[in-house]
Design a protein around this ligand. Structure first.
Ligand code: GDP
Ligand code: MG
Length: 429
């Protein structure tokens, strides 16, 4: 993994200064010729390569915030190593819980101490019925996939960083319009501000689905990519844990559970205290892990559906592919260049987005069953009204529903959850 990171640090050119580049470059450079270091020392002050070189003298005059970020990173690494060394069981649970909570706190501090701007840079207007984004390291084939699936023409290149901005495309399939975004390649350290990482990852928070694209010849990248995503507080294919936390002024920590828990009370209380809750009520309604407990306390995690796509399978033989599949666990193996499984990919995207079809009806008329309104699973009458017209939600009076209603034509309000093939008649004020 470390080698992989070093390799990525070497191949993916950094776009902005940061301590991590320096660290990764350090391990990468350690594996290259010793002479490189000397030659970089001789290079000019403004030489880009030497600026990113391991611990040049001017490291000590780096902005303080970058030095601090580096210190956090070192400490996080130490703690992570400690967890790796510890076998997780009932006896060590408390210890592991404490360390994980410490890591979470350090990550938060590191995030606050700088490391790239969040959220600006790319602004892409959402359009269509859902938005899916292509995420992956440079040159894995994201642009090729976008061009295949949509009307877009994103530049394809055999070299890294072809795409420097977000390219949207629209896939029209089974009456649904799915917006697909091709993002600049993520690099190692993205979550801490490397490359345009933070901006790319922040787009993910607004997406309905993420497609992780992995190159068959670089399967190790899968875990690195997942780590970046996790560090950016995004949780893939998970539900928010059913945990309610209420901070109180005094009285210590009270834990309530409606089911059998694998975590003991001491661990839960220790993690909560370490995360800054000294007094409070914690109500847990499912058997959660330490990580889920931390996620619940932090409360800022974004839960997004995801697909893992293994691309360029034309480059390996069947036996090799089987081995790689065991490592990556892809949802689908494709070759965007030669078209293998590309139609299946289209179906998979459509299915994963969990659409329902809702038909509109005007009072006293037959419903229009030719053109469904495409909504996501879980959508309410209110969502439907807003989708039809911005003003509809404000002017909404009631709706009559055929399908998911208790009886045909039942009068229902905005919060009613719709089902596939419902017929809805909206009445406005
Ligand atoms: N052999 C092979 N090459 C591919 C495939 N998909 C993309 N490529 C090549 O990989 C390179 C990078 O592709 P691109 O779409 O620009 O990657 P991006 O940086 O992730 O957007 C290009 O040379 C593509 O032609 C594939 O399925 N098989
Ligand atoms: Mg590209």
């Amino acid at each position: 993994m470390i080698e992989m990171a070093a390799q990525l640090a070497q191949t993916a050119k950094p776009l902005g200064p940061g301590f991590n580049e320096r660290k990764n470059a350090a391990s990468a450079a350690a594996k290259t010729k010793a002479g490189d270091w000397q030659s970089s020392r001789r290079s000019t002050l403004f030489d880009r390569e030497s600026f990113f070189h391991p611990f040049p003298q001017r490291f000590y005059s780096l902005p303080r915030q970058i030095q601090i970020m580096g210190r956090y990173d070192d400490r996080i690494k130490e703690l992570e190593d400690e967890i790796k060394k510890t076998q997780y069981n009932k006896a060590t649970q408390h210890h592991v819980g404490l360390i994980k909570a410490q890591i979470a706190q350090l990550r938060k501090k590191a995030e606050g101490s700088g490391g790239g701007k969040k959220g600006d840079g790319y602004s892409v207007r959402k359009s269509g019925d859902a938005t899916a984004i292509l995420l992956g390291f440079p040159s894995v084939g994201k642009s090729t996939i976008l061009n295949y699936l949509t009307n877009a023409k994103s530049e394809v290149g055999a070299y890294d960083f072809t795409t420097l901005k977000v390219i949207p495309g629209l896939m029209d399939y089974k009456s649904a319009k799915i917006q697909i975004l091709d993002c600049p390649g993520v690099v190692y350290g993205a979550a801490r501000g490397r490359g345009r990482g933070k901006e790319v990852l922040s787009i993910m928070q607004n997406a309905d689905m993420i497609m992780l694209v992995i190159d068959v010849v670089k399967p190790e990248a899968c875990q690195v990519l997942l780590d970046e995503v996790i560090q950016f507080n995004i949780r893939l294919n998970q539900q928010a844990p059913d945990v309610k936390i209420k901070k109180t002024g005094k009285g210590g920590i009270h834990i309530g559970a409606t089911c059998q828990l694998s975590l003991n009370e001491e661990t839960i209380a220790t993690v909560a205290r370490q995360m800054g809750i000294s007094n409070g009520d914690i109500l847990i309604r499912e058997d959660i892990s330490i990580d889920q407990l931390i996620d619940a306390i932090e409360g800022n995690r974004v839960y997004v559906d995801a697909l893992t796509i293994l691309n360029k399978i034309d480059l390996v033989d069947k036996k090799t592919l089987e081995g790689i599949k065991k490592q990556v666990h892809p949802d689908l193996c494709i070759s965007a260049n030669t078209g293998i499984n590309m139609l299946q990919l289209r179906d998979l995207i459509f299915d994963k987005l969990n659409f329902i079809r809702v038909y509109c009806k005007e009072a006293g008329k037959k419903p229009d069953l030719d053109v469904p309104l495409i909504m996501r699973y879980g959508a309410t009458i209110g969502d439907m009204a807003r989708k039809l017209h911005q003003d509809f939600a404000k002017k909404f009076k009631y709706a009559r529903v055929w399908g998911s209603s208790k009886f045909p034509g039942q009068v229902l309000r905005q919060h009613h959850v719709l089902k596939d093939k419902d017929i809805v008649e909206i009445h406005l004020r």
